[in-house]
Design a protein. Structure first.
Lengths: 280, 317
């Protein structure tokens, strides 16, 4: 083989290998989805959503309390994170050149990289220890801390996409910066910000580690903010590491619900982002 | 006055923005405050000894550091070639019509919750790995890397699952970085008669800082990953080279033992592990961001500036 032929051959082989890498990465994705759907669907029924967990040895039962708990804790997290995240992101976009803006960007990226279990320990010290009580509130704070950087960074990116002419128009009409942001920039960026929030929800709804010792777990139905509360993820974990067949089935059903929620949110967010990017 | 309104607007939003910064600092302070007992009692010895015996109050965290580093390095070895292959394929080779769906699919890997990976790990991957280990030929079993009984749970399962979870992060950042390489680089290579791969090599070389950053970002993810690893690594605090051996990681020991920790010293020992995990991931992340940032800052005549590392790498941002 001549040198040129060898170079061409090598090029082709490596190009094929790169394509192979994509296939290789999609194999586990297909396997995970296949098993979650396959195992989950057989255990998923209406009772799963309306019934309480069944005691060991009893078939059936559901995760009604955990589903409500997950909704509550995630909702609380969003409640904490949205005002802080959106405002911080807006600051970073509006005063993009300032030192604080780059510090905030850096802090958000750093916070995004902090392991979720460490966030759990932090919130344990911050909320659980002072009140001497695991609580839905603590779980909400933990998830909120994780959502803040995601919301802040997406808000920043999307506020930056709002055409400068819009903002300048408002300012030229004599509006203050606050008014320009509030009445012109924010409404223009709103669909994007909502997309960012959905994306953050998708990322956070599946979190387990930060909830293990903040919202903890609860065998009973509760909507109290100051009581430990059951969540889908923690419940799936508890069931998965248990030795009982019935519980394993419940865990797969829980995983299916989780994956469905997370994938739906991701897909919605993705399509919305695509449309936004094309709009601007 | 609009000027006053402007100033107060900046003050208020700036204050909230500052909260995000304070949050990061707050995590450090809180972790330090909650770990003083163990830091004072054991000092540096905490990280040099292997005995983890909560009953007698003996805490040595070296096996956890080992398990975390070993599993993350192994995951990196498995994930990096695949992630780079994906990044190269999607940014350089892929037909335009396939690019969007394939990007979306590879990023879905990052969307699947850790707990779901863990569940799948316990019931699908671990039995598979056990079979793999049972059928390992004897001459390989003689090597220290493959010694010990075939349990399924252990370092091999953990590294494999971590690799899958890290791939989307590394590949999405590497793709952004490759996108930022000026087209002139590749055109110049082609003009000199380079093959397709040689042109890619030129782009890779140009992007090397950013690519190292992308790999480190994946490493940071692997270090802190908790649930999936906890469920498949076997949770045994012992330093072993063998891929078959059940081991333990820093994140996993916190997840498993935190709510069981009854006395203060035990809790503080666990928080100290959390603090060090925080410091290590902070260091790795800052370094990787710095590398990626430096790469994006280089003058690029024709390419559109790559967006800063998306906060939601793997997400849609």
């Amino acid at each position: 083989v001549s040198w040129t032929q060898w170079r061409k051959l090598k090029s082709n082989i490596l190009v094929v290998l790169c394509g192979g890498a994509v296939v290789l990465a999609l194999i586990p994705l297909a396997f995970v989805l296949f098993f979650v759907v396959g195992q989950g669907i057989s255990s998923l029924n209406w009772n799963f959503f309306t019934h309480m967990p069944a005691p060991v040895g009893e078939a059936g039962g559901g995760m009604a309390n955990a589903i409500v708990g997950s909704l509550m804790v995630t909702g609380l997290g969003a409640l904490f994170a949205i005002p802080i995240g959106v405002t911080a992101g807006m600051y970073a976009a509006e005063y993009a050149g300032s030192r604080l803006a780059s510090t905030v960007r850096f802090a958000a990226d750093t916070l995004n990289g902090v392991p979720s279990i460490v966030i759990g320990v932090f919130v344990y010290g911050l909320v659980v220890l002072p009140f001497k009580q695991f609580s839905a509130l603590a779980g909400g704070v933990a998830l909120g801390v994780m959502m803040i950087p995601i919301i802040a960074r997406t808000t920043e990116e999307l506020v930056k996409l709002v055409p400068t002419a819009l903002r300048e128009g408002a300012l030229a009409l004599g509006a203050s910066r606050a008014r320009a942001v509030w009445t012109v920039v924010l409404p223009a960026a709103l669909p994007g910000i909502i997309t960012g929030i959905v994306l953050a929800l998708a990322r956070i709804a599946g979190e387990t580690a930060p909830l293990l010792f903040t919202s903890f777990n609860n065998r009973f139905f509760t909507t109290s903010l100051t009581q430990p509360i059951s969540t889908l993820t923690v419940q799936v974990f508890t069931y998965a590491i248990s030795p009982y067949e019935d519980w394993h089935r419940q865990a797969w059903a829980g995983a299916l619900v989780l994956v469905t929620i997370v994938l739906l949110c991701s897909i919605i967010a993705r399509f919305a982002t695509r449309r936004l990017e094309r709009m601007h | 006055m609009a000027k006053d309104a402007d100033r107060s607007f900046r003050l208020v939003t700036g204050f909230v923005a500052l909260c995000v910064v304070a949050l990061v600092a707050g995590i450090g302070v809180e972790l330090y405050r909650e770990s003083t007992l163990s830091v004072q009692k054991f000092g540096f010895r905490f990280w040099m000894t292997d005995i983890w015996d909560p009953v007698s109050g003996e805490f040595g965290a070296r096996p956890f550091i080992w398990g975390t580093l070993y599993s993350s390095v192994l995951a990196l070895v498995l994930a990096t070639p695949v992630a780079l292959g994906i990044a190269i394929f999607l940014s350089e080779l892929c037909p335009a019509s396939l690019r969007t769906p394939l990007t979306f699919l590879t990023e879905l890997l990052a969307a699947i919750p850790s707990i779901v990976y863990g569940l799948w790990g316990i019931f699908v991957l671990v039995p598979f790995v056990r079979q793999l280990q049972v059928h390992t030929p004897d001459f390989m079993r003689a090597l220290p890397f493959f010694s010990g009984p075939p349990l399924g749970v252990g370092m091999m399962s953990a590294a494999m699952i971590l690799a899958v979870m890290v791939i989307p992060f590394t590949s999405s950042v590497a793709r952004e970085v490759l996108k930022a390489v000026p087209a002139t680089q590749r055109e110049a290579a082609y003009a000199l008669g380079a093959t397709r791969w040689e042109a890619i090599q030129t782009a890779l070389f140009y992007a090397r800082t950013g690519i190292i950053g992308a790999i480190m970002l994946g490493f940071g993810r692997a270090l802190g990953e908790t649930m999936a690893v906890t469920m498949v690594i076997g949770n045994t605090p012992r330093i072993a080279l063998s891929l078959f051996a059940p081991q333990y990681t820093m994140a996993a020991v916190i997840a498993n033992e935190f709510t069981e920790a009854t006395d203060d010293l035990y809790v503080h020992a666990l928080v100290e592990i959390g603090m060090v995990l925080f410091i290590i991931t902070l260091f790795v992340n800052v370094l990787s961001r710095a590398l990626i940032w430096q790469m994006n800052r280089q003058p690029k005549p024709r390419a559109k500036a790559a967006t800063a590392v998306p906060a939601a790498a793997g997400g849609a941002a």
